[in-house]
Design a protein around this ligand. Structure first.
Ligand code: NAI
Ligand code: MG
Length: 366
């Protein structure tokens, strides 16, 4: 079956890091994988060309592919634009119209970088956990909301609201992922103080019992979970949690493993007719205007986002493992883009040199 990819490189370092991903895709095509790649504009680049950060035509193309690969959007050039046409609106429209409700944020520690962690090497070496954050509901969206007056003071209101079906679908995403990993899910909420947390717990239990009894399920209160993530992160495989807790826990877990230039992500929605989930893959970092155009951006976050596409959109787990191992190889050789720091055992390289080295490491593992 062909695998259709839409590449939206975006702004700033987006096109620079995406050029290295394109090389990685071409490499896989030479191995016989049937990727069909198309390119389009998003963010400031789309605004410059069409006066909107995402055209309807691009939106339609995104709906018609198996996976969207996005670079980054935004930059100082666009800071004074009207809110409705800001580059970020393009990305938000993609997430909303594709209904990408499961945000996947891995925290993976490469051995060569384990000494850069804020935790001791033995706590993070070999770390590979995945936080699944519900992305389209919860307290960031619930009604009523706003700041109003009550008597002689102001009151700020947000509503933490989840429906049963919203919980069930993100729980399914987490269980599906766990089956492609170490088959364990830990669900986090605060059912001790929140009714919506009780519902979260119960629905996750029900989905587990009915459809995923082969996956090992545990529950943790989210505050205790935060402690455990920094105390002994390797105890986890997949963590599933709501929008707010997931926002905090995923940033926290990601930083255990080092640089922004290393962090991939994915956002998944409902399964399409061909069984693949709606999917958008992107690095966690932004367009990095301070280093754009200088050829020194780290392409690894974007390349690891493609590795996630291999694993989670196309069931190519062995290929994803090989790509991650190739990244590990070049780091072990001592190659470092400037964001990863330097010491006497390392060699500073630019974006393209890093990409080329990863291709060579892939060759060696083919
Ligand atoms: P940023 O992630 O672009 O940069 C933060 C710092 O990390 C900068 O010093 C940058 O040079 C460095 N950095 C980031 N990615 C790197 C990489 N791959 N290699 C080496 N160094 C890297 O965040 P910032 O500066 O807050 O935002 C810049 C622009 O990006 C803004 O317009 C913001 O709105 C946008 N942005 C877009 C995102 C997206 O497209 N998903 C996410 C975050 C920010
Ligand atoms: Mg955040």
């Amino acid at each position: 079956m062909t695998m259709k990819l839409l590449i939206l490189a975006g702004d700033g370092i987006g096109p620079e890091v995406m050029a290295e991903v394109v090389k990685v895709i071409e490499w896989h095509k030479r191995q016989g994988l049937d990727f069909v790649v198309s390119h389009d504009l998003v963010g400031g680049a789309a605004y410059d060309a069409h006066g909107t950060p995402l055209t309807d035509a691009t939106m339609e193309r995104a709906q018609g592919v198996d996976a969207v690969l996005l670079g980054a959007v935004g930059g100082p050039k666009y800071d004074n634009l009207d809110f409705s046409v800001k580059p970020e609106r393009g990305l938000l429209r993609l997430r909303k119209e594709m209904d990408l409700y499961a945000n996947l944020r891995p925290a993976q520690c490469f051995d060569a970088l384990a000494d850069h962690s804020s935790l001791k090497r033995d706590l993070v070496a070999g770390l590979d956990i995945m936080i699944v954050r519900e992305l389209t509901s919860g307290v960031y969206f619930g009604e009523p909301r706003g700041v109003s007056r009550e008597g002689n003071e102001r009151v700020g209101i947000n509503t933490h609201r989840y429906t049963e079906s919203e919980i069930a679908r993100v729980a399914r995403s987490a269980f599906e992922l766990a089956r492609k990993r170490s088959n364990r899910v830990c669900s986090m909420e605060k059912r001790n103080v929140m009714e919506a947390g009780i519902l979260w717990h119960d629905v996750v239990e029900e989905v587990h019992k009915a459809e995923y009894a082969d996956v090992e399920l545990s529950h943790m209160l989210a505050d205790a979970g935060a402690m455990q993530i920094v105390r002994a992160p390797k105890q986890f495989d997949v963590i599933v949690t709501d929008n707010l807790f997931g926002d905090l826990l995923s940033d926290c877990a990601a930083m255990l493993t080092g640089s922004l230039g290393m962090l991939p992500s994915a956002s998944l929605g409902a399964p399409m007719e061909n069984g693949r989930p709606k999917a958008l893959y992107e690095p966690v970092h932004g367009s990095a205007p301070d280093i754009a155009g200088q050829g020194k951006a780290n392409p690894i976050a974007c390349i690891l986002s493609f590795a996630m596409a291999l694993r989670y959109s196309f069931d190519l787990g062995a290929e994803a493992d090989r790509l991650e191992a190739a990244v590990e190889d070049v780091l072990a050789e001592g190659l470092r883009t400037p964001d990863l720091g330097q010491d006497e055992d390392t060699r500073s390289v630019g974006t393209q040199e890093m990409g080329d080295a990863i291709l060579k490491a892939l060759d060696a593992r083919a």
